[in-house]
Design a protein around this ligand. Sequence first.
Ligand SMILES: Nc1ncnc2c1ncn2[C@@H]1O[C@H](COP(=O)(O)OP(=O)(O)OP(=O)(O)O)[C@@H](O)[C@H]1O
Length: 590
Amino acid sequence: MRDTVKAYAALMGIGFRAAPWHATAQLLTGIVFATSVPIGGFGAKLLVDAAIAGDLRAGLLAAGMMAITVGAALASVFYYVHCLFTVQERAGAVASQRLMELIGGAEGLAHHERADYLDQVQRIREEHWRLPGMVNATAGLVRVAATLAVTAVLLVQVDPFLLFLPVLSALSFWLGKVSKDLKVAAQEATSEPERLRRHLFELGTSVSTAGELRVYGLTALLGERHHRVSNTVIGQRNRASWRGAGLQAIDGAVNALAYIGAIGLALMHVVNHNATAGDVVLVVGLAAQMTSTVGTAVMYGTDFLFVLRVGQRFMWLKQYAAGTRRTGSEAVPETLHDGIELWDVRFGYPGKPVLDGVSVRLPAGAVVALVGDNGAGKTTLVKLLSGFGKPESGQILVDGADMAAFDTAHWQQRCAAAFQDFAKLEFPVRESVGVGDLPRIDDLVAVGAAVERAGASSVVQSLPQGLETQLGTRWDDGVELSGGQWQKLALARGLMRTDPLLVVFDEPTAALDAHTEHMLFERFAAAARTARQRSTVTLLVSHRFSTVGMADLIVVLDQGRVREVGSHQELMAGGGMYAELYELQSRGYR
Ligand SMILES: Nc1ncnc2c1ncn2[C@@H]1O[C@H](COP(=O)(O)OP(=O)(O)OP(=O)(O)O)[C@@H](O)[C@H]1O
């Protein structure tokens, strides 16, 4: 319950912080609109009574009252809608920003990797556009409450028994809600085939799949599967709609009876001289309006609960992100003297142990290559060293200090990295590279030097506006790069920081040819050995042994364990796994 209240408060907070005046005005104008309609009905009663009594003055007063309520209703609806859109837009922008901060700011990558977390995060991403809707849902329910309150007061004047009309609206509300729940349940039950349907459509129409579709002749197969999945989705949703329509029909019949009952009761009072003809007009108006009030209640009530559920997921993410924050007290060393030592490190994913007691020393100033078969655990090890996760047991010691005691953000500020699945940042080239060291994002000399170190100068020179060229064809004057060119820029980004303690290259050159990779790494290794970067540990993951051989130290991982450690010469002399793999690969090149 406390969590629900917190989620509600957080969602209202987003709306009120984003647009405080508009959110308040939406609630207030909603009340004016909601009460003006039944009050207008009361005006009609006074008008009829005045007409029958032949009282012109009372009639004009009643007409004036009706005119004011109509005017108030029209004006309030206009402002209500205006405020609604303003709150939605502004709160939407705030909610999206908050979500980006939470998803991108959570330390580690578990929420992108663990199936249970990933599912939550995926749902929040899909439903995040509902987050700004709480002010609107609340305003809708406040409107309903205001209408019901005024209606009840007016009905009691005629006959307290007429209160069965608002009471009956609870039954209507329930039936309407069950009917809507059926639809929502059908939508949720078909969410996976619906995702598949969209995926198939995407496959059948996107540029990235166009080549393979033609080569393998897949268009008809995809179309047929899309058709079959569509039938499943539509069939299931249709059945729910029909069941919902049945409930709505029952509701309609009950309401018709209640409507006739209420008018009959009012008529009876008129016949017995306990009520006026105006009261009959009032009851007719209020009873008719009850249906639309219930419709509004169902709509906003369901909306309210749905948005609340999204809000609860948002709160989960907030708590999760806060829980991942590692604010250690140990200071990250300025430079390395000994290096980085892994001591009996174990780590895995749910149900999948990966690193199985890894112990190895990465000496300060050394260029270390990490090799091993696919799935050996190289990337996992790189992630732990980069602070994306914590070992389940064992330690990573940086000059003897446990990395777990560092503030992760401080450690990551002293790391530089380039990964195989690099980001294609569609900014001007200067920024796309410069973000590798945010304080120097506008430092053209630093960006140019990083581009040069990454061997990407020719890429930049070939672009129409050099470093100022916009990347990505969806932007005005934007330019598309080849896979290898993108990768060179990602490498340049990884080389922006000049004083890292750890540089990791996790197959960042897979899109480049072996010769280019070799040349690049020769330069990196030379740079790593210069006086300025002497203490930096440079860790390189590559499957190309021609590159690996130049490292000072080679670590061979095999099924999550360190199998061999040594220089190229030592490992070749040892005749173990490395020597075997090296021989195999160099034979392939002969
Ligand atoms: N998010 C994840 N969830 C579950 N298992 C994972 C996840 N990421 C990796 N694994 C598993 O962990 C093992 C090690 O993966 P890792 O990516 O570290 O290997 P690798 O040595 O870098 O492989 P490659 O050479 O193919 O890049 C693999 O069996 C992989 O299936």
